[in-house]
Design a protein around this ligand. Structure first.
Ligand code: SF4
Ligand code: ZN
Length: 160
């Protein structure tokens, strides 16, 4: 792991976002993969202590979470908007689609599992973004949220 990436994983705002992301994926995994073996997450960020709570996930969900960890750590936006409101779309299309379904399922459930304020913030930001998009006539697809980028290859390269 590069020193740059290591530093990003140790950043407080990155760690906070990673915890939220991991909790969402944990809720999804619990609801959809309860019959699978689910272990505490093993990843580069977890090895560096980025998580206060380590979620239990199956290996498939762990793979998605490891991918998302790097996208968040290497995000060039500061402050980072919700990915659904970002024009860069650094996620590969299939990862974006997977995460979208996770958020739809886990978002409402997470409000009663320690993420009430995150849920309120998300609703407020979405409302604000929609209003702004209506004013500017933006083509950003609100219904799809995290849109993904079909031009992204299978590599884990950083957002440009
Ligand atoms: S989609 Fe945008 S906001 Fe989300 S991680 Fe990528 S660059 Fe950052
Ligand atoms: Zn799972």
């Amino acid at each position: 792991m590069s020193r740059d990436l290591e530093g990003r994983f140790r950043d407080r705002s990155v760690a906070r976002d990673l915890q939220t992301l991991a909790d969402m994926i944990g809720i999804w995994c619990e609801g959809h993969h309860a019959d699978r073996e689910r272990r505490p997450l093993q990843s580069e960020a977890s090895d560096l202590g980025s998580y206060r709570r380590r979620v239990r996930v199956c290996e498939e969900c762990a793979g998605h979470l490891r991918y998302a960890e790097k996208r968040r750590a290497l995000c060039p936006k500061d402050p980072k908007p919700f990915c659904a409101h970002c024009e860069i779309r650094c996620y590969r299309a299939e990862e974006a689609a997977w995460q979208r379904q996770v958020m739809r399922y886990s978002g409402p459930r997470s409000m009663w599992r320690g993420h009430f304020l995150d849920g309120l913030r998300h609703m407020f930001e979405t409302f604000r973004h929609r209003r702004q998009a209506r004013r500017t006539g933006s083509q950003n697809d609100e219904s799809t949220g995290l849109a993904g980028n079909p031009d992204r290859g299978p590599s884990d390269r950083a957002p440009e």
